[in-house]
Design a protein around this ligand. Structure first.
Ligand code: G6P
Length: 406
């Protein structure tokens, strides 16, 4: 397949990886059996509702006609996939600016965004699978009031788009009562696996990126033959490195447009695998920026991590340096040299390195990336002996927090 994992510098012997291949195959078979809860994402690229995608595109067109600023309100899996795609992908010119809210409880952040939205044509897209998340509810009611104060109640309703549970929850009730345009989060797909459902597709389409190409990329990855599906090697390598005492998986990326994609991986991996005292802590490394801040630690610090490098092979643009000591060199040449330099220097310091090659950052390959990481995560979590699809631990802080606000 186009997205390839190279585990040759992972410091794992082929025999070690081969020793877990049968278990990885069994995990993949279990995912495809359709017998496990929250695995609706596995066959989604082959079975999604094409009429619903057309409705999503129609709603996105409406949003694009009516606003210059779309505020997407959601947290965790309800916004990270959309943000990752919107920041990574080329978008149609003239698309609305997208801002994200509901990702914190900071009054200063909300006041800042309220000030920035005044005087501009604004629509809201509020996303919550449960419909009850505190941050999302708080933000939604603040921004909804601003919309009503600006446009009046009837026009405000036409500028609110909701993605939530098909039947239950406060948000579903309000959407039905007020007649907002709404879509559903499939009940058999958890939040962090929902980017290829309306949760991600509506904001991504409204932002002007090509959701059909994303779905096609995910399908290409889903149906590729086993011999070409290197996610398994990567999934096994992650598991073995954890067994060898690595507790952090660092994700170096050399294109800042991948920053939010790494944030999406952090939730996907952290929330799927961090259970029963096991799991790898996912950490982003924006390079070459971070080489000038934490490069010393990476090169000579405690060996608690391995690196999974997100390596974009082709950039759609380049710039030649016009003068000075680097005259005639291009930025892509320098960036590629930096990738090689990091691999040689960190590899030379015995840091295990896995490289994920991404042909280029477009919607088709982004769809492949999403499916590649979702599958890898589910396989590694299964090898770790944990359920990749629940998140019992996140309720702990909510319970404590509720005591403070009730
Ligand atoms: O979509 P919601 O129900 O609002 O949930 C948003 C997020 O918060 C929860 O606490 C979970 O940790 C995440 O898996 C989820 O994506």
């Amino acid at each position: 397949m186009d997205i390839k994992a190279d585990v040759s510098r992972s410091q794992l012997a082929k025999e070690e990886i081969d020793s877990k291949r049968a278990e990885a195959d069994a995990a993949l078979e279990k995912l495809w059996s359709g017998k496990e809860d929250f695995t609706g994402w596995v066959k989604l690229p082959m079975q999604y509702d094409k009429a619903e995608v057309e409705s999503i595109l129609a709603a996105a067109d409406l949003i694009r006609q009516q606003c210059e600023l779309l505020i997407v309100i959601g947290i965790g899996g309800s916004y990270l996939g959309a943000k990752a795609a919107i920041e990574a992908l080329p978008r149609e010119p003239g698309s609305p600016e997208i801002r994200f809210a509901g990702t914190n409880l900071s009054a200063a952040c909300h006041a800042q965004l309220l000030a920035e939205m005044r005087g501009r044509e604004v629509s809201l897209c509020v996303i919550s699978k449960s419909g009850t998340t505190v941050e999302t509810a708080a933000s939604f009611h603040i921004f909804k009031k601003e919309l009503i104060d600006t446009y009046g109640p009837e026009e405000a309703k036409r500028r609110i788009y909701v993605i939530t549970d098909p039947e239950k929850g406060a948000l579903r009730e309000e959407a039905e009562r007020e007649g907002y345009v709404s879509f559903s989060v499939p009940s058999d797909i958890g939040g962090r696996y929902s980017v290829l459902t309306p949760v991600g597709l509506l904001p991504i389409a409204a932002a002007g990126a090509d959701i059909k190409a994303m779905l096609a990329g995910a399908e290409a990855m889903a149906v590729c033959p086993d011999w070409d599906f290197s996610a398994k090697d990567y999934a096994i390598a992650r598991y073995l490195l954890l067994q060898k005492g690595k507790s952090i998986e660092a994700f170096p990326y050399f294109e800042p447009r991948l920053r939010s994609f790494v944030e999406w991986i952090r939730q996907l991996y952290g929330e799927s695998e961090g259970k029963k005292g096991t799991g790898l802590f996912p950490a982003g490394l924006e390079l070459t920026t971070d080489l000038h801040s934490i490069g010393q630690f990476l090169q000579q610090g405690s060996q608690v991590f391995f690196e999974t490098i997100l390596n974009v092979l082709e950039s759609e643009t380049d710039l030649t340096i016009p003068s000075g000591p680097l005259e005639g060199k291009t930025l892509n040449q320098l960036n590629r040299a930096a990738v090689k330099g990091v691999i040689e220097a960190h590899g030379g310091a015995e840091i295990p390195i896995i490289r994920i090659d991404i042909p280029k950052l477009d919607a088709f390959y982004f769809g492949q990336l999403i499916y590649f990481f979702e599958t890898t995560c589910a396989i590694t979590a299964t090898l770790m002996g944990v359920n990749p699809f629940d998140q019992p631990g996140v309720e702990a802080y909510k319970k404590e927090m509720k005591k403070e606000i009730s």
